[in-house]
Design a protein around this ligand. Structure first.
Ligand SMILES: Nc1ncnc2c1ncn2[C@@H]1O[C@H](COP(=O)(O)OP(=O)(O)OP(=O)(O)O)[C@@H](O)[C@H]1O
Length: 296
């Protein structure tokens, strides 16, 4: 099923073209939308939600036209905005219950849904305290909870790892993966960091200056750069030279040699080289390239 699609989508602001003839589609699962600051990610999300009109082209979500069916789209889609937008004086519980009621749930159902959702995102006793005293990680969780509370089919998460420390980022990424798998909700998640999305996405869309750079399944991106890492006790320079002479593409980083796998026999060449030079092998490890490498 197509979750979202655009065709020739263009958005011009007075001084800048934020989206330029963007044609792209995403299916079920977790889709990453990657681009540097200003690439047009938030603009795309706002147009998909029917919050911003396009200058040209078309956009649809779950088969609904974003230009005319914004309200229906927003009933089916949860949205976690990038910037801080939480009221400081109310508790997470009060806020999320309120958001659930705004989306049409009666009070009792809203309270139950809010409690379940806050538990799922990892907010426990602290949910009764005013939001103003929360850490950035806790605030991001509240924003995520309000996006999930009306049981959407799809969620759009705009830079959910922004401002988080490494542990907070790992937890948020794990949560996003669970939303896409255990909860069965399709996710569009934006980031300016390619590396973090490769851990949680099934599909990645890369945009730059409002234009499409690439749209691929994650497997396709990582396979292209498949490589083997080799570490030997001594003689790594000798080994690197030997492999280069044998026609292999080799990169040396300290004691670690990375060899690009061009064909099955790369493994044989490697084994024979280590034997011929009589080296002590410490590590031989197959590596899938990071998606960052694909866009260097
Ligand atoms: N309301 C607006 N009026 C004028 N220009 C805008 C407006 N909104 C966005 N822009 C411009 O459009 C471009 C794309 O912005 P957008 O916020 O979509 O990028 P982004 O990829 O989400 O980056 P960031 O993560 O920094 O928000 C930027 O140059 C931005 O300055």
């Amino acid at each position: 099923m197509t979750i979202l699609a655009t065709e020739g989508l263009t958005k011009r602001f007075p001084r800048v073209t934020a989206l330029d003839q963007l044609t792209v589609a995403a299916g079920e699962g977790v889709t990453g939308l990657v681009g540097a600051n200003g690439a047009g990610k938030s603009t795309l999300i706002k147009i998909l939600l029917g919050l911003l009109p396009a200058s040209a082209g078309r956009a649809s979500v779950l088969g609904m036209d974003a230009a005319v069916q914004g309200l229906e789209i927003r009933r089916s889609v949860g949205y976690m905005p990038e910037h801080e937008c939480l009221p400081p004086d109310v508790s997470a519980t009060e806020f999320v219950v309120h958001m659930a009621q705004m989306s049409g749930l009666p009070r009792t159902a809203a309270r139950e849904r809010a409690a379940d959702t806050l538990r799922h995102v990892g907010l426990h006793e602290e949910r009764y305290r005013p939001i103003g005293g929360y850490s950035t990680g806790m605030k991001q969780r509240v924003k995520l909870a309000q996006a999930l509370v009306h049981d959407p089919k799809v969620v759009f998460l705009d830079e959910p790892t922004n401002g988080l420390d490494p542990q907070g980022r790992d937890e948020m990424l794990a949560l996003i993966r669970r939303i896409g798998t255990e909860f069965g909700i399709s996710v569009l998640v934006t980031s300016h960091l390619l590396g973090e999305l490769e851990r949680v996405c099934d599909h990645v869309i890369v945009i730059d200056g409002g234009r499409l750079l690439r749209s691929s399944a994650i497997g396709e991106l990582t396979q292209v750069t498949q490589a083997v890492a080799v570490e030997v006790e001594e003689g790594w320079e000798q080994l690197a030279r030997h492999l280069t002479e044998a026609g292999e593409a080799v990169a040396v980083e300290g004691r670690l040699i990375t060899v690009q796998v061009r064909a099955e026999d790369t493994f044989d060449v490697l084994r024979d080289a280590v034997c011929d030079l009589d080296l002590n092998l410490v590590r031989l490890e197959q590596r899938h390239g990071r998606i960052e490498d694909v866009f260097k």
